[in-house]
Design a protein around this ligand. Sequence first.
Ligand code: FES
Ligand code: FES
Length: 150
Amino acid sequence: MTIALNVNGKSHDIDADPSTPLLYVLRNDLALHGPKFGCGLGQCGACTVHVDGRAMFSCLLPIAAIGSRKITTTEGLLENGKPNKLQQAFIDEQAAQCGYCISGMVMRAEALLRVNPHPTDAEIRQHMQPNLCRCGTHAAIMRAVKRAAA
Ligand code: FES
Ligand code: FES
């Protein structure tokens, strides 16, 4: 079955089973490797993307449920091929250790800053809570989000 998806501003006709998780289509069909497979169960956030601007776990989202909503991955945040303000803040704060969680962290934080450009520390912590970092770089991630929000 062919399903139309709008990803990072482009339309794609995807030939896949409607129950296929969005994450698989992004990585395997569209070669967008920012979103990562961590748990596949909605428990880690490595697969986080935006769906109409809201952070969602792409591992849990069947492509049939997306409809006309717009998907954005971390690749879609680039501005003229360069990191946007938040992505640059993650680089400047050296927030990545292994880096596996970082795309998801960026997407979750970006969703917050778009509705709340100057969040408090408590608001950042609460918002970022669904995303895990097994390397424990949470302090650097906090600094990066605050740097982008300054
Ligand atoms: S891979 Fe989606 S939440 Fe872990
Ligand atoms: S930097 Fe390794 S999981 Fe977060």
